[in-house]
Design a protein around this ligand. Structure first.
Ligand code: NAP
Length: 267
């Protein structure tokens, strides 16, 4: 089996990464940064997001597992003292693979440039670089609302505990192939009106944003920030691809939510 390790780069994470590499090599596994079967991340959820984007082109052949060297992560849910146990389980191939839904982001431009297509594991946000964002929101080809405000966020179920949660979105179990649209400070008065509630859309539904004021937008895809010029539309749908995680023991999603946001003492 081939593996690779991605570290956050701090001393603790680098030290754990070196130990894990030594153990895995001793077990006869092959370190292969190009075509790993399993990617071990050491750091936090941010580190796992970076690894996901690095291996975006081989999601069907790669499983991720994360060790957290900060606070409990959603994706990175192993602790440093467990590294030997984890390495033995990896070497014995003693794990199941679970899959989480992803978000497809397609940006169409007004000039002849090819569409840019991205995959998000957490979310994509759209903001205007200097003025209020004004976007027509279309759901399944039907005009839904004209949004005015700071921005819009479309998240995956596993990303619903990240930026989406700060925006008052619901936490969605990753067994549901869905995406969630949340507002950032919409302007609502007698003249301007948006629905105001987060919307949860199932697979095969589309959400298309059409600029009214623009045409340049700051679009994020997880930790990646890019200014897109001359934007015609930004389309969102639940992606066909899924991200695969190696699961060595049960750690239910709601327990992770509890331990992260309510109280971790009872773990
Ligand atoms: P960052 O600002 O360094 O980290 C953002 C925080 O979000 C970190 O504590 C990270 O955990 C945590 N996080 C990431 N994915 C999560 C998930 N699925 N559930 C719960 N918490 C999660 O940024 P970054 O490391 O580059 O990560 C980019 C992410 O930051 C974006 O995808 C977005 O979700 C989040 N973000 C949140 C806000 C907000 O809540 N207002 C604003 C901007 C961006 P670790 O410490 O374990 O890495």
């Amino acid at each position: 089996m081939r593996y690779s390790i991605q570290s956050r780069g701090d001393d603790l994470s680098n030290d754990l990464a070196a130990r894990a590499k030594q153990y895995l090599n001793d077990f006869g596994l092959v370190y292969d940064e190009k075509e790993p079967d399993i990617v071990l991340t050491i750091g936090g959820d941010g580190t796992l997001l970076h690894a996901f984007h690095r291996y975006r082109d081989r999601l069907a052949d790669t499983a991720f597992v994360g060790v957290h060297t900060g606070h409990l992560g959603f994706y990175a849910d192993w602790q440093p003292p467990e590294i030997e146990k984890l390495v033995i389980s990896i070497a014995k191939h003693d794990y199941d693979v679970i899959e989480y839904p992803l978000l497809e982001v397609a940006i169409q431009y007004r000039n002849d440039m090819n569409d840019a297509v991205y995959l998000a594991m957490n979310e994509s946000t759209v903001k205007s670089p200097d003025v209020t964002l004004v976007m027509d929101v279309e759901l399944n080809g039907m005009p839904f609302e004209r949004f005015r405000g700071d921005g819009l966020c479309v998240s995956t179920p596993s990303g619903s505990t990240a930026y989406n949660k700060s925006l008052g979105g619901a936490i969605i179990h990753p067994a549901l192939p869905a995406m969630q649209l949340t507002e950032m400070a919409s302007i609502n008065n007698r003249v301007f009106r948006t629905v105001g509630s987060p919307l949860v859309l199932p697979a095969h539904h589309t959400c298309v944003l059409k600029p009214v004021k623009g045409p340049d937008f700051m679009v994020t895809v997880d930790h990646l920030h890019l200014l897109h010029k001359d934007v015609k539309t930004i389309s969102y749908r639940v992606a066909d691809e899924r991200v695969r995680f190696a699961r060595f023991r049960p750690f239910p999603f709601w327990k992770r939510v509890h331990d992260s946001f309510i109280d971790s003492d009872v773990r």
